[in-house]
Ligand binder design. Structure first.
Ligand code: ZN
Length: 140
């Protein structure tokens, strides 16, 4: 069995943002040389997500609005977590809603997606460097 590991760094200038990372993950797969196996992609921070969905800007606006309805950033006093002096109580909840990781099957050296599936990094407390782990296992 072959194994591959890589960290991909991001620095989202705003508090929140979605970034399509499908090409970067595909590049990792190409580097790994693995033809059959599994690819795990996970956020290494508890205020960021990795998820799979459509690369459609209206949908991304819908996600943003939906997340703000469920876990609004303000008032900061809404969250017991912010009593620690942080202001990112909402970001922890948003991360939990959108998920920590995805696993994609690898078939014949390619990410074996369903229709329109793309991999995204979801940032909910940006303006600092954060990373995503790509771990690929399988056979060449
Ligand atoms: Zn926090």
């Amino acid at each position: 069995m072959k194994s591959y590991r890589k960290e991909i760094w991001f620095d989202v200038p705003g508090r929140r943002g979605f970034i399509n990372i499908t090409q970067q993950v595909s590049e990792c797969l190409r580097e790994s040389g693995i033809q059959e196996g599994l690819c795990l992609v996970n956020a290494m921070h508890i205020t960021a997500s990795v998820f799979i969905n459509d690369d459609e800007s209206g949908l991304h606006n819908d996600f943003e609005r939906w997340l703000e309805q469920l876990a609004p950033h303000e008032p900061l006093s809404l969250y017991q977590h912010n009593l620690t002096g942080e202001d990112n109580g909402d970001a922890h909840l948003k991360r939990t809603l959108m998920g920590r990781e995805v696993i994609v099957a690898i078939t014949e050296g390619r990410l074996d997606f369903g229709p329109w599936e793309q991999i995204f990094y979801g940032e909910f407390d940006g303006r600092r460097r954060k990373r995503v782990l790509v771990k690929i296992i399988g056979s060449a």
